[in-house]
Design a protein around this ligand. Structure first.
Ligand code: SF4
Ligand code: SF4
Length: 409
């Protein structure tokens, strides 16, 4: 079946051309793109609030452990144009050598629809999503389908990010470990000038953010050898009005114990918490930041943020355990693939104190301290951000990365 495809002429032609290439698409009516501004967000907030309420009641009252997703993380590709020292694909393989089967445009568009049937929010990551030639079309289509918020985790190393493509996202997550150009170029293991380009692009995105464009979150991995660098990123974010999202460096799936014992790191954590209190745009609630940065124990609720791989494979209950539920396209339904995982694996495995990633820690906050998180979101709104009923799913290992937290430098 072919339906009218909304959007610009170029986009419409592109999606229609994709239709001819095999996989049949069940395109929705074009209504979603015609919604008045604010509707997508309003529906997204309402949907997230309902999901949260269902989960809170389901878990705390009825003991239900397989909770409904707040947003779906889709690794659209594992290809990347950079090869950062602190990042690999989770199996030890460095970018850009990673090869993994990925979907063609038609199947990717189909997958988007299947995800949308189960969830209102989507988080694109990689690799680097923009190395997919059709990524801007996937973004545009996500808006048409009414996803909110749309997160995009990108290294922002493109020569000049297209404003149109960037504006189709609601939140951009960009990795930056230092503002020292020559030093960070070595970390990126790319040709010199790459850090300068990322900084320039961040400044450009900061301007777009100020004009109502996507919120920009700078993901900063703090390592024992680069505490001062993280401080420089904190300052850069303050200066540009960007959101700062700190993450402690991990060894395997655990926060590096040497980092936790580092007095300079301790001082930096205090500074971050003080800056948060003083009103700087820093992601996460104060309690969540303490848990994240001091590696305090938290109960993980992994099914709140399902992970989908580039070929449409769905993990259950989480990506770090590498348990595949099923392929969503083969099942023809996100929910059926989800049920396959739920029938085989435990939704809340007994984990020790691991996976201190913002997505898991913040979702713990939502499940355990919901009122605190609601207040935090009002604070965020007052600070010029938008109310987001779920936390970001930033990977500490990378800006995109397949994110099983393999930071080893
Ligand atoms: S702590 Fe890590 S491995 Fe354990 S359930 Fe959560 S995400 Fe999965
Ligand atoms: S951190 Fe991001 S840009 Fe760097 S190699 Fe990993 S995925 Fe690529």
């Amino acid at each position: 079946m072919e339906a009218e495809v909304p959007g610009s002429t170029g986009h419409r032609q592109f999606v229609k051309a994709s239709l001819k290439n095999g996989t049949r698409l069940r395109l929705r009516s074009p209504g979603s793109s015609r919604l008045i501004p604010g509707w997508r967000r309003g529906a997204g907030v309402a949907g997230a609030a309902l999901t949260l309420l269902r989960n809170l009641v389901g878990y705390h009252v009825f003991g239900r452990k397989s909770l409904d997703p707040l947003y779906v993380v889709w690794y659209v590709t594992l290809r990347c144009n950079l090869s950062c020292a602190f990042c690999d694909d989770g199996t030890g393989k460095k970018y850009p050598q990673v090869r993994y089967p990925e979907l063609g445009t038609a199947e990717a568009l189909r997958l988007l629809e299947l995800i949308r049937e189960a969830c209102r929010s989507i988080y694109f990551t990689g690799g680097e999503p923009f190395v997919r030639k059709d990524f801007s079309h996937l973004l545009r289509r996500s808006r048409e389908l009414g996803f909110w918020p749309i997160f995009v985790n990108t290294n922002l190393s493109l020569p000049e990010p297209s404003e149109g493509a960037v504006r189709d996202a609601d939140v951009l997550i960009v990795s930056l470990g230092s503002t020292d150009e020559s030093q960070y170029d070595r970390v990126l293991q790319s040709r010199s000038g790459q850090t300068r380009r990322v900084l320039e692009n961040l400044r450009r995105c900061a301007r777009w953010q100020a004009e109502g464009g996507p919120r920009v979150v700078v993901n900063c991995v703090i390592s024992g050898s680069r505490v001062e660098d993280a401080r420089s990123v904190l300052g850069f974010c303050r200066e540009q009005g960007l959101w700062f999202s700190p993450v402690a460096e991990n060894r395997g799936v655990y926060v590096d114990p040497q980092l936790l014992a580092h007095p300079e790191y301790d001082r930096l954590v205090e500074e971050i918490l003080a800056a948060k209190k003083a009103g700087q745009r820093i992601y996460g609630s104060p309690r969540g930041l303490e848990t994240l940065l001091r590696a305090r124990f938290f109960q993980c609720y992994p099914t709140l943020v399902p992970r989908v791989y580039p070929d449409g494979d769905l993990f259950y209950p989480c990506h770090p355990l590498r348990q595949k539920a099923a392929n969503i396209l083969e099942k023809g339904s996100f929910r059926d693939a989800w049920r396959s995982g739920r029938d085989r694996f435990s939704p809340m495995p007994p984990c020790d104190n691991r996976c201190h990633l913002p997505c898991y820690v913040n979702n713990h906050q939502w499940m355990e301290h919901p009122l605190e998180m609601v207040l935090e979101n009002f604070r965020v709104a007052r600070q010029g951000g938008r109310v987001v009923c779920q936390a970001d799913g930033i990977q500490p290992a990378s800006c995109g990365g397949s994110g099983i937290v393999m930071i080893s430098d």
